[in-house]
Design a protein around this ligand. Structure first.
Ligand code: FES
Length: 115
């Protein structure tokens, strides 16, 4: 769950995509979107990188993470309480499982089928 404890940037963590079973690493202090880009998918869009455009929305199913500021136009307070965050603003603190939702979903899974 989300926590206000400071990030403990001591090790890489594993992040897995529930839908495809793929996984990638997030290095210490990286955001989920930075780690996800390591999958090498052309379909992973890179937007504003500061929580403003909403293109990188994900649902964290399990694991610990911390979040920076996110536009409420893209992620409602209630969504955040249920683990929906913007990947460019979320930094995992443990191994994490997530689902891709929103605008990025079509890109990630269209490309996964092609891979
Ligand atoms: S890249 Fe714009 S909100 Fe994440």
């Amino acid at each position: 769950m989300e926590s206000s404890k400071p990030l403990a940037p001591t090790r890489a963590v594993a992040v897995s995509l529930v839908e495809t079973g793929e996984s990638f690493q997030c290095l210490a202090g990286e955001t989920l979107l930075q780690g996800m880009a390591r999958l090498g998918r052309k379909g992973i869009p890179v937007g504003c990188l500061n929580g403003g455009c909403g293109i990188c929305k994900v649902h964290i199913v399990s694991g610990e993470y911390e979040c920076g500021a996110m536009s409420r136009a893209h992620v409602a307070e209630e969504d955040i309480c249920h683990g929906v965050v913007l990947a460019c603003r979320a930094r995992p603190r443990s191994d994490v499982q997530l689902k891709v939702v929103g605008k990025m979903c079509g890109s990630v899974f269209r490309c996964a089928k092609q891979a």
